[in-house]
Ligand binder design. Sequence first.
Ligand code: NAD
Length: 286
Amino acid sequence: MTNVPTITLNDGAKIPQLGFGVYQIDPDETADAVKTALDLGYRHIDTAEMYGNERGVGEGIRNAGLTRSEVFITSKLNNGFHRPDDARRAFDGTLKALGFEGDDNYVDLFLIHWPLPTLYDGDYVSTWQTLEEFKKDGRARSIGVSNFQVEHLERLARETETVPAVNQIEVHPYFTNEAVRAYGNDHGIATEAWSPIAQGKVLDDSVVTRIAEATGKSPAQVVLRWHIQRGDIVFPKSVTPKRIEENFALFDFELSGDDVDALSGLDKGEEGRTGPNPDEFDYIPE
Ligand code: NAD
């Protein structure tokens, strides 16, 4: 049904390179938005405990008439639950909220949402070892991290057994995050690019609009295609059906090498971040 390429992760699992992100989608609107995306052909949904909408993700999949194994689901550990016992309870909560029974009671990918190096005595290692349990018992088919810097990844490599399957980090033309991507590339960790269109902020850049005019595609399609050609995994978010459809139509055109380089050249380094710096971020939900 879809022509979305898959990426093979370091544990052999396959993930669709393009998915649908549900950050900031109202819990009451999530089932409908997810169903719209699935009806259009998306087969990969990115949610998190902190988004408060995992229940809607499960409902949307069932409402679309799809079976559990037809959709790749990612969720992420709430920042408030890094201690191992809390993480175990939180993970049980994720599976319960998704609402699948028996053999379908699993996530495809579970991530530590943020490293929080200034909290929990700097211990994200025992948190990672707890995710290793979820992988061993089969309730998380793959495990990974999000917002981990090179130093955090190096520490996991020294002190634990499992190399994360993915690192989900902020990446877009204004913040290309090359050092973290390069570490992933060198160590078999797939990069997932969050806020792939910088929440819309890159769309009126003159380089983006020039390439959009030349290719006859929209600015969002040009930027998303740039990610695809760089090999990263993306899951743009929208609740507008027309945009959800537009963001999925990325496989009938190609950017030239010069266009890819021109978009990469928009990088502003640290100034280009739209989100927080993971070295400092210490948000715990109420
Ligand atoms: P995004 O870059 O996908 O931008 C989303 C916004 O851009 C939408 O709210 C809409 O206003 C606009 N938009 C979407 N499609 C458009 C189009 N075709 N034309 C014009 N405007 C359009 O930002 P995001 O939601 O922050 O990131 C995507 C996903 O990444 C999230 O839903 C979530 O799953 C994930 N994410 C993860 C983290 C993390 O810490 N791991 C942080 C942020 C986001």
